[in-house]
Design a protein around this ligand. Structure first.
Ligand SMILES: C[S@@+](CC[C@H](N)C(=O)[O-])C[C@H]1O[C@@H](n2cnc3c(N)ncnc32)[C@H](O)[C@@H]1O
Length: 178
């Protein structure tokens, strides 16, 4: 490829980085409740939802338990929606939203991380989460496991609409899992 072509490709990659993306599908409210219950969220928690969509998980954690929350999404439309939803729910002092790639998010002040991504992203998140999260943090993933990291608990059930759902729970123990 001629030099001009290579430069163009490099510029395009920098302008439009190839970031793995999960599609936007929201978690139904009853399943959100079950995720928060599985993580045993309390007012002492800081809940991060990586790929937060319309912000419903951190908003529910703030409304129901008084937990602080951070929602991260790569799509600006979702962040806009999430901020409006937090205001509407009256929890804008407890939650904040960041337009950011989940794989570049610092989660070191989280005590609970929720995920509804895809397996490929979960596997990339695993070393980041296990390195950064304080010991005893809970990770709850809707639908997708985290490679060969054996979950502590798998909750398979039918939701209010009759759809089969699977939730995975892990608790960090200080071991970094590449
Ligand atoms: C399946 S939806 C889940 C939304 C929300 N967590 C819920 O459970 O209702 C996945 C979300 O992740 C976002 N997303 C996908 N890839 C991402 C990435 N690499 N970093 C941050 N957000 C991402 C999408 O924009 C989408 O809003």
């Amino acid at each position: 490829m001629p030099l001009a072509g290579l430069l163009l490709v490099s510029l395009l990659i920098q302008a439009f980085p190839v970031v793995p993306r999960a599609p936007y599908v929201s978690t139904p409210p009853d399943v959100v409740d079950r995720m928060l219950a599985l993580a045993k969220v309390t007012s002492r928690d800081v809940v991060y939802d990586l790929g937060c969509g319309d912000g419903r998980i951190v908003i529910a954690a703030a409304q129901k338990f008084g937990a602080r929350g951070v929602g991260v999404d790569i799509d600006p439309a979702r962040i806009y929606e999430a901020e409006a939803n937090a205001k509407r729910a009256g929890v804008e002092k407890l939650v904040k939203f960041r337009l950011q790639d989940a794989l570049e998010t610092d989660v070191s002040d989280a005590t609970v991380v929720t995920l509804y991504m895809i397996s490929a992203i979960n596997v990339k998140l695993r070393p980041i989460l296990t390195r950064q999260l304080p010991k005893g943090s809970r990770i709850v993933s809707h639908s997708f496991a985290m490679g060969d990291w054996e979950p502590e608990y798998v909750d398979a059930f039918r939701d209010a609409a009759g759809t089969t759902r699977t939730l995975y729970l892990w608790t960090t123990d200080g071991t970094i899992r590449p």
